[in-house]
Design a protein. Structure first.
Length: 267
């Protein structure tokens, strides 16, 4: 049977690739964007939704349920990046990223769960990040939002399992998308104590994204999760060394792992 899928942040990048891929596999796909007319996706029904605006979330979810009668899958993909030294990054910009990546994802889950309980079935896939498994220099805020979403997913997964609902995390590594262009970049302040190293690492981060895997790899991984009868709690999708870095963190002493990261970021 064709599944009805809602995917947030579907107008570009990984979200767009997932939406197109699932449509090609015969699913009924609703994508969302703050400006849906600017990000139309072939075959995908685009809705206006801002994950930081609860009424817009509730309207989009209600419209889907009214049209389809069911909502089988939510893919919480909408998110934003942020870079910068913690000391130099404006706190209000930090809050914006948490509002989108963390609280936004929670509010979308809260909007779909009543319908999934009514159906006694449903799947929620929260798109996190391999960066959420470790604190990365100059990307600490992004790591924190994704790490927090990983943990809240674990908690909610246990709470909703008795209702026949599955929740899982899928953590991508670097993918060749336009995410770097949409990040909030703390300026490289001339009088900053972090000026030189932060500037070097901005270039390194952009290079990692440009050299990342094609987003279709992520789309295929999400499709396989949807097709899995009993999804695991965590999935990682990325290059071998990205996934292996999580294993190393579990195995190595803290100071040694920290030294490896500092060497990578030339600190």
């Amino acid at each position: 049977m064709s599944k009805v899928v809602l995917i947030t942040g579907a107008s570009s990048g990984i979200g767009k690739s997932i939406a197109e891929y699932l449509f090609q596999k015969g699913m009924t796909v609703y994508g969302t964007s703050r400006s849906p007319k600017k990000g139309e996706v072939n075959g995908v029904k685009m809705l206006e939704l801002d994950v930081t605006n609860v009424p817009s979330i509730e309207k989009a979810v209600t419209d889907i349920i009214t049209s389809e009668g069911v909502l089988d899958v939510l893919i919480n993909n909408a998110g934003m990046g942020i870079t910068g030294p913690i000391e130099d990054t404006p706190t209000n910009e930090m809050r914006k990223v948490f509002d989108t990546n963390f609280f936004g994802a929670i509010d979308v889950m809260k909007a779909v769960l009543p319908q999934m309980r009514k159906q006694q079935k449903g799947l929620i896939i929260n798109v996190t990040s391999i960066a959420g498994y470790m604190g990365l220099p100059f990307r600490g805020l992004y790591s924190a939002t994704k790490g927090a979403l990983e943990l809240i997913t674990e908690s909610t997964r246990m709470e909703v399992k008795p209702f026949g609902i599955d929740i899982t995390n899928v953590a991508p590594g670097d993918f060749a998308t336009n995410i770097a262009a949409g990040r909030y970049h703390t300026p490289v302040f001339e009088d900053s104590a972090y000026n030189e190293k932060y500037a070097e690492n901005l270039a390194l981060m952009d290079a990692d994204v440009d050299g990342g895997m094609p987003p279709e790899v992520m789309a295929n991984a999400v499709y396989k999760i949807i097709q899995t009868r009993k999804p695991k709690g965590h999935y990682k999708v990325g290059a071998f060394m990205e996934k292996f870095s999580i294993v190393l963190k579990r195995m190595l002493p803290d100071k040694l792992y920290e030294k490896l990261l500092m060497n990578h970021y030339k600190l």
